[in-house]
Design a binder for this molecule. Structure first.
Ligand code: ARG
Length: 298
């Protein structure tokens, strides 16, 4: 009998050990509020992980990537609150609005600004972060720019990420400059650092995070933008989902958990990280070509 009990205890230990290791997304959640989602029991969240400290990949000593950033921590918090299993689908930012419009995701957490033009394709949660906008350059070109008006010259080469409100800002404040749109925030930084570009429009905190790895980046000035702050894109017309997402979001902010997410994201953004899409093998691509073949929707 004793032997049997010992055996059963052992078996139980092994089972619970594996339970501890099991990936979080191995089955649907209990769906506490009986919500209608794209995939029953799951919260499908789309993001564009080229945007530290919002969303990016943290790398461990073996260069194994894990999604990180305060948007991703918030996504997990909300999924847990709703009793849903989180499923994150990474893509390039310019795919996000269309994907929401096509009803492919429940939420978009992507450092999203509440641009009223997007309201046709999604609804907006309450604001969860006070982001602001910046015009950036590199230190060797800092003397070209004295203020926002100085960016508006024909000889100035600037860029913004495709599909972002920064494109609108560029058109508004630097209509005479030579404008390029790039799919990834990472490419904007690479082209700035290599001297191909003179300046770029980007979220302030993202500029600060990239600056940790590229100290030559220089913030010229803040850029005024009316629809300030960041929101979550919520599947259009899903009133129940909106209600409970806002409930979770406000709880997370009010109890101070969200500021911890921000602190952790800033720490991880200062460490080894990758910003962009992973290759089909789920690893950090080694070449540009591989990264183009990533899993993002075009
Ligand atoms: N806030 C800007 C917008 O909504 C840019 C967001 C870019 N996000 C990203 N994850 N790359 O248009």
């Amino acid at each position: 009998m004793k032997k049997l009990i010992a055996f059963l205890l052992c078996a139980l230990m092994v089972v619970s050990m594996f339970a501890g290791c099991a990936p979080a997304n191995d089955g649907p959640g209990k769906n506490t509020y009986n919500l209608n989602t794209v995939k029953e029991g799951y919260l499908t969240v789309i993001t564009s992980p080229d945007y530290a400290p919002y969303e990016f990949y943290a790398l461990d000593a073996n260069k194994t990537p894990t999604l990180a950033g305060f948007d991703m921590a918030l996504a997990k918090y909300i999924a847990d609150y709703l009793g849903l299993t989180l499923e994150v689908v990474p893509m390039d930012f310019n795919g996000i609005v269309g994907e929401m419009g096509a009803g492919k995701a429940d939420l978009a957490l992507a450092g999203l600004s509440p641009d009223p033009d997007r309201l046709l394709k999604m609804d907006f949660s309450d604001c969860y972060y006070e982001g602001k906008q910046a015009f950036i350059t590199v230190s060797s070109k800092a003397s070209m720019f004295t203020d926002l008006a100085s960016t508006n010259q024909e000889n100035v080469k600037i860029a913004a990420q495709t599909g972002t409100i920064q494109m609108d800002l560029a058109a508004q404040f630097s209509p005479n400059a030579q404008m390029t749109q790039l799919t990834k925030a990472t490419d904007i930084i690479a082209e700035l650092v290599s001297g191909k570009l003179d300046g770029a429009y980007i979220e302030w905190d993202v500029a600060v995070a990239y600056k940790q790895n590229y100290p030559e980046l220089t913030i010229v000035c803040e850029v005024p933008y009316e629809a300030e702050g960041n929101v979550i894109g919520v599947a259009k017309g899903n009133a129940d989902l909106m209600k409970y997402v806002n409930e979770a979001l406000n709880k997370c902010v009010d109890e101070g958990t969200f500021s911890q997410f921000v602190a952790t994201a800033l720490e991880q953004a200062a460490g080894d990280n990758y910003q962009g899409l992973l290759g089909e093998d789920g690893k950090v691509p080694e070449t540009e070509a591989e990264s183009e073949a990533g899993t993002g929707a075009e």
